[in-house]
Design a protein around this ligand. Structure first.
Ligand SMILES: Cc1cc2nc3c(=O)[nH]c(=O)nc-3n(C[C@H](O)[C@H](O)[C@H](O)COP(=O)(O)O)c2cc1C
Length: 407
């Protein structure tokens, strides 16, 4: 990552303070950061703080003799591998959606030929306003990537969707884009029924931090997901594999993004869109500790700590939700220990995906093993596939996905 460069546009919202932490995290990950601070942004954070953390000067004015002489706005818009807008205000989104170029930030967004990642932040009513929804759809259709916003308490005292994604989630989404996910498909696609298609696959467990050394995780090996990613690539698909912490080798022709937590996995998936299909194989932790302690928890006379769990975002349901970014085909996996068919049918309805691949993980050798016995549950009915090596199940599923996409 040492060669990678981000142009970071900081808009005028309360969340601008989180852009400082994002800058620090990007620098720590070896990414060069060149900041653009809007006039409104400078009401919230100082150019000095941003410049010190970025280790670069801050650009603010379009009509600035020094800025234009030193680096013209067009050159500035091309000086990075990725443009990140955090916070992306309602105003910046509106300007970008309409191609306005009245200041340095919006001119840069119009002039850039690089991928753009926006982290919106605004009051819930502003976020839900029909105008912002229209702008969001326009920007998505223009190929802009989004991370967040999250739901939660807001600085204005209201509750809802509109909080900027956490800096760590924006970092992961940015790293995913810098790693090539979301890049346009190669001009000459590999031959095969999935040539020209982009498929996002998730695999492995997630690890939810309790403190710097302890995590909440599960026994998923990632094997089935990795086999599926490889099988899809062999059919010609451009595959983005978002992997939790596993020790599997990356299949040939697959672009891999490593993540740890469920929130990072979701951000990486969203940043990788648009996609023709999403195959959610990962065993995502349903819950995470509500607090990840910054230092290792110690034994003490008070006894063991009480750990409160909070719910993780639902990646399958989020990717299945209707909207312009929804892949045409969303496939979910269900690891069940009882009533496999009934649970899979219920999951299909609950999550809104197109089919569920269900497996009985009580069978010996399935979880972490080399074989799988699955049911394919869709609105058309239930198919039972005989127990077979995971590579065979993957090849059959890839064929099935190709047929569904080409139908
Ligand atoms: C205290 C305060 C907080 C604000 N927070 C936000 C915000 O979170 N999101 C947003 O879209 N606009 C917010 N605004 C409004 C923007 O600052 C305003 O639309 C501004 O013109 C945005 O400029 P920019 O997009 O060039 O940064 C806030 C304004 C004030 C005074």
């Amino acid at each position: 990552m040492s060669e990678r460069r981000v142009l970071l546009i900081v808009g005028g919202g309360i969340a601008a303070y989180k852009a400082l932490e994002l800058t620090r995290l990007l620098r720590k990950a070896g990414v060069a950061v060149r900041p653009i601070l809007t006039r409104a942004g400078a009401e919230f954070v100082t150019p000095l703080s941003l410049s010190a953390l970025a280790e670069d000067r801050v650009y603010s004015e379009l009509f600035s003799l020094t800025d234009e002489a030193e680096m013209g706005h067009i050159q500035l818009s091309r000086s990075a591998d990725l443009v990140v807008v955090a916070p992306a205000t309602a105003d910046l989104m509106a300007k970008a959606a309409h191609g306005l170029a009245g200041d340095l930030a919006s001119t840069t967004l119009l002039a850039t030929d690089k991928p753009v990642l926006m982290a919106p932040a605004m009051n819930v009513r502003m976020w839900e306003h029909a105008a912002t929804r229209r702008n969001l759809e326009t920007l998505r259709a223009d190929g802009v990537h989004f991370v967040g916003p999250d739901e939660g308490a807001m600085a204005c005292g209201e509750w809802g969707e509109g909080r900027m994604a956490e800096p760590e989630a924006i970092l992961q989404a940015a790293l995913a884009l810098l790693a090539g996910a979301g890049a346009p498909p190669p001009a000459i696609a590999a031959p095969g029924p999935l040539a020209g298609r982009h498929v996002v696959v998730t695999a492995g467990p997630t690890a939810e931090a309790l403190d710097p050394v302890r995590v909440l995780t599960n026994r998923s090996s990632g094997r089935q997901g990795f086999e599926i990613a490889g099988a899809l690539a062999r059919l010609g698909a451009r595959v983005t594999l978002v992997a939790g912490p596993v020790s599997q080798p990356t299949p040939a022709g697959v672009s891999r993004i490593d993540v740890e937590s469920a929130r990072e996995m979701l951000s990486a998936c969203q940043a990788a869109l648009p996609a023709d299909a999403a195959v959610c194989v990962a065993a995502v932790a349903d819950w995470r500790p509500d607090e990840a302690f910054g230092v290792k928890l110690k034994k003490g006379k008070d006894g063991p700590p009480a750990i409160r769990l909070v719910e993780n975002p639902d990646i399958l349901a989020t990717l299945s939700a209707a909207g312009p970014a929804r892949p045409a085909l969303v496939v979910g996996f269900a690891a069940e220990t009882n009533d496999v068919e009934a649970h899979a049918l219920a999951k299909l309805k609950r999550k809104g995906c197109d089919f569920i691949v269900a497996n009985d993980v009580t069978q010996p050798g399935v979880m972490g093993g080399a074989e799988n016995a699955v049911l394919i549950v869709s609105r058309d009915g239930v198919e039972r596939w005989d127990r077979a090596p995971k590579a065979e199940v993957a090849a059959r599923l890839a064929d099935r996905i190709a047929r569904a996409l080409n139908a």
